[in-house]
Design a protein around this ligand. Structure first.
Ligand SMILES: Nc1nc2c(ncn2[C@@H]2O[C@H](COP(=O)(O)O[C@H]3[C@@H](O)[C@H](n4cnc5c(=O)[nH]c(N)nc54)O[C@@H]3COP(=O)(O)O)[C@@H](O)[C@H]2O)c(=O)[nH]1
Length: 726
């Protein structure tokens, strides 16, 4: 066992010397001499004792006789070398043969003194060896401390959670710790010598390079910036780092030798650390996303939409441009959500989002405003036609059924459109007006679009006054029914009359449906209004029928709200019976969208009415769903071609072809066809040539009070000719 005693080194105390000689007299003389010089001396009288002492005590130097009985000096040397390799050995022997000297030196003796020795020479030799030994020891100690220190620094640098690097003056890596491998996949050695831009993400290249070259950075004012670094082997994958870098002052870094790690730091001009902040950035991005997006559809939310709209308005104002805001509300979503459950409702919203997005261009913003409401910003529209086109596209894309598990469901969308600047100059105004326009679509049969117009939005005071006036009007019977003739295209005879409501306002004069119908629908006064119109029309037209015009048809418009009312059929039959009006002379006009809102319910109601002889006409045909599928499934008698297609005859645009198609289809389905809005002879001739059965429009006269119609019916030829020529 090696002795566990502290090594008293000559630098810190007296050197410990082992004197080995089998002659006690000589050993004692040598010890005395050495002690007189201040050394700590232990004597061994023979090799065996020397070995035993070497096992228990630690020595700095052994003075060793070679020729000893039993255990000779060489054996002691071997023993010392194995037990205390740091113990220096001087051989003191009478042996002077070259072989003995060289053998002793080969075994590790540092010097050789021949007996009889000169004391001074001996002391000088001892001092020399001990001095040399102590220098060697100090050097070794320093070496060990250096190694430990380097190991410590290497450990600190490589165990750093950050990438630590050094760059030369040109930006090439000259040191980088091993963290770079676990964070980015590069081995330190492969980066050394390469420019740091090699690992910068292209998007951050300029920023990264500039940061290092900024004039004012120093160790006291390091540059910190967030930047993306590329991971090895993937051109796309990046991680976010917070880099802190500064130039190294020459006083602080004088190192020119080698360091462990990637590169040796030689010529280092910059020191930096790169902290991986990817998780924080991702968390921030997620929080940011959450704050500005709807997590179900991943669309921008209300806040982000408003933000973008605000910006778009500023641009539009500056560039004197237009923009469109659409307010979309899904039709039938609530029914699906309530019947199939919220999970299906969620899936439907996602699928709807996908389809809507497919219709948009880059730069448009679709947002989920809440529930089944979406808003859309079209920042670069030239006018109504652009917006109409998109709205039609959106409506069309939602028409195809959605497959939710085993369920096939249909939704529609009602779209209100507000165009900047005419429908409002502020963000709130535009959204609100698009919402108002959307509400009007809903009230008029859904699954369509409408542009906001001022008449839709009556400010609240005005609205309250108008509502009050309308209630009074209904009480005081201020509503009037005007009739517009429906004329047989072949014989020019009046075959029907469309009842159109007017309001004889005590102060404002004669008001038209556009002035009050929306309000009547919103306030649910429409039911009462329709009852009065129907009663009056049944009385007027019933009189004319009884007076001899037995086939005269009465066409009445019905609001979707009325048709959707659960007591619609009963109420209608009640009114007809109460006025003793022949049901076969009554035609109700409904729009396609009313039917599509709830095909099953509506078809049931229409069948009940058809069973008692009431005729069904589809109003504004061609502008709504135009799904041919329902035409042969429902008891429909008449198609009314919308005015817009008839107008196209005059202007000769492509829409005129639609009239041809509608008339041909009506013939095929054996339906009667009424063309609305006929204003010119040219349109009339065109429609006659197509085989259109009836026409209606200003060409034959506008809607007129009952008294005027009475005259028309009594003297049709003179009256109609007068109107047509005027
Ligand atoms: N639920 C109810 N809705 C009603 C009732 N009365 C009317 N309405 C709806 O209001 C819409 C507008 O009606 P009105 O302002 O009376 O306009 C009608 C005609 O005056 C107009 N018209 C007729 N011929 C021409 C023409 O040659 N050119 C031209 N520019 N306009 C013309 O069209 C309206 C009739 O259209 P339609 O109903 O599609 O046949 C009206 O559309 C009704 O929906 C009511 O009592 N209840």
């Amino acid at each position: 066992m090696a002795p566990d005693q502290p090594n008293k080194h000559t630098l810190h105390g007296a050197a410990r010397i082992l004197v080995v000689d089998d002659e006690p007299r000589l050993a004692s003389a040598l010890s005395t001499l050495l002690r007189s010089c201040g050394y700590d001396v232990t004597e061994a009288h023979g090799g065996k004792q020397a070995c035993e002492l070497a096992d228990t005590l630690r020595f700095d130097l052994a003075l060793l006789d070679l020729r000893m009985p039993e255990v000779d000096g060489f054996a002691v040397m071997s023993h010392l070398n194995s037990r205390q390799p740091e113990c220096a050995i001087i051989v003191i022997s009478g042996e002077s043969s070259f072989t003995a000297v060289s053998r002793a030196l080969r075994r590790g003796a540092l010097d050789y003194v021949r007996k009889p020795f000169d004391p001074e020479e001996l002391i000088a030799t001892v001092k020399g060896v001990i001095g040399k030994q102590s220098l060697l020891k100090a050097h070794e100690d320093i070496q060990v401390r250096l190694e430990k220190s380097e190991a410590l620094h290497r450990y600190i640098v490589n165990s750093s959670p950050d990438i630590v690097f050094m760059l030369d003056a040109k930006g090439h890596f000259c040191f980088i710790n091993s963290k770079v491998e676990s964070l980015l996949g590069y081995k330190p050695a492969e980066l050394c010598g390469k420019h740091f831009r090699n690992i910068l993400d292209e998007r951050d290249l300029a920023r990264g390079v500039y940061a290092l070259n900024a004039p004012d950075i120093s160790a006291d004012n390091p540059r910190t910036l967030e930047i993306r670094l590329k991971t090895r082997g993937s051109r796309r994958a990046t991680r976010h780092f917070e880099i802190t870098a500064f130039p190294i002052s020459p006083q602080a870094w004088t190192h020119n030798g080698s360091t462990n790690g990637g590169g040796n730091g030689q010529n280092a001009s910059y020191y930096g650390t790169a902290r991986d902040v990817t998780e924080r950035k991702e968390a921030e991005a997620f929080i940011n996303f959450q704050a500005y997006h709807d997590l179900l559809t991943r669309l921008p939310n209300r806040a982000l939409f408003k933000d973008r709209l605000e910006l778009a308005i500023t641009h539009a104002r500056r560039g004197h441009q237009k923009l469109a805001v659409m307010f979309l509300d899904l039709d039938r979503f609530k029914i699906i959500n309530d019947t199939l459950g919220h999970a299906m409702g969620d899936r439907l919203l996602q699928a709807v989002t996908q389809r809507l997005e497919g219709c948009l261009r880059k730069g448009d913003t679709l947002s989920r405003f809440g529930g089944d409401e979406f808003t859309l910003l079209l920042p670069s529209v030239h006018g109504h036609e652009d917006a109409s086109q998109i709205a039609r596209k959106l409506i069309k894309t939602l028409k195809a059924p959605f497959l939710l598990g085993e369920h096939e469901v249909y939704v529609g969308v009602s779209i209100g459109i507000a165009i900047y600047p005419e429908a409002g100059c502020s963000m709130d105004q535009l959204i609100q007006n698009a919402d108002i326009a959307m509400y009007h679509v809903k009230a008029r049969g859904k699954d369509s679009y409408r542009f906001y117009s001022e008449s839709m939005s009556i400010d609240s005071t005005h609205r309250l006054l108008l509502e009050r006036d309308l209630r009074i009007a209904l009480e005081k019977k201020e509503l009037r029914v005007f009739y517009q003739p429906q004329v047989c295209a072949r014989t020019d005879q009046i075959v029907g009359l469309e009842a159109l409501v007017r309001w004889q306002h005590p102060e404002r004069g004669l008001l038209y449906p556009r002035d009050f119908l929306s309000l009547a629908e919103e306030t649910k006064l429409i039911g009462l209004l329709s009852e009065q119109v129907l009663d009056q029309a049944c009385r007027d037209v019933g009189q004319w029928i009884r007076a001899g015009h037995k086939d005269l048809r009465l066409a009445v418009n019905l609001s979707p709200i009325e048709v959707e009312h659960p007591r619609f059929v009963e109420t209608l039959i009640e009114r007809v019976n109460a006025n003793r009006f022949p049901p076969a002379n009554l035609e109700i006009e409904i729009t396609e969208n009313v039917i599509m809102n709830d095909l099953e319910q509506i078809s049931q109601k229409l069948r009940e009415l058809a069973n008692i002889g009431v005729r069904i006409a589809i109003d504004d045909f061609g502008t709504g769903y135009s799904s041919l599928n329902y035409l042969h499934r429902l008891p429909i008698h008449t198609l009314k071609v919308d005015q817009s297609f008839v107008k196209a005859i005059r202007s000769g645009v492509d829409d005129a072809c639609i009239v041809n198609a509608i008339v041909a289809m009506a013939h095929g389905l054996k339906l009667e066809i009424v063309a609305e809005g006929v204003e010119t002879e040219k349109q009339l001739d065109y429609l006659r040539a197509l085989g259109c059965h009836q026409v209606q429009g200003f060409f034959y006269g506008p809607a007129q009070p009952a008294a005027e119609i009475s005259k028309l019916l009594t003297h049709p030829k003179t009256e109609m000719a007068a109107t047509a020529s005027s």
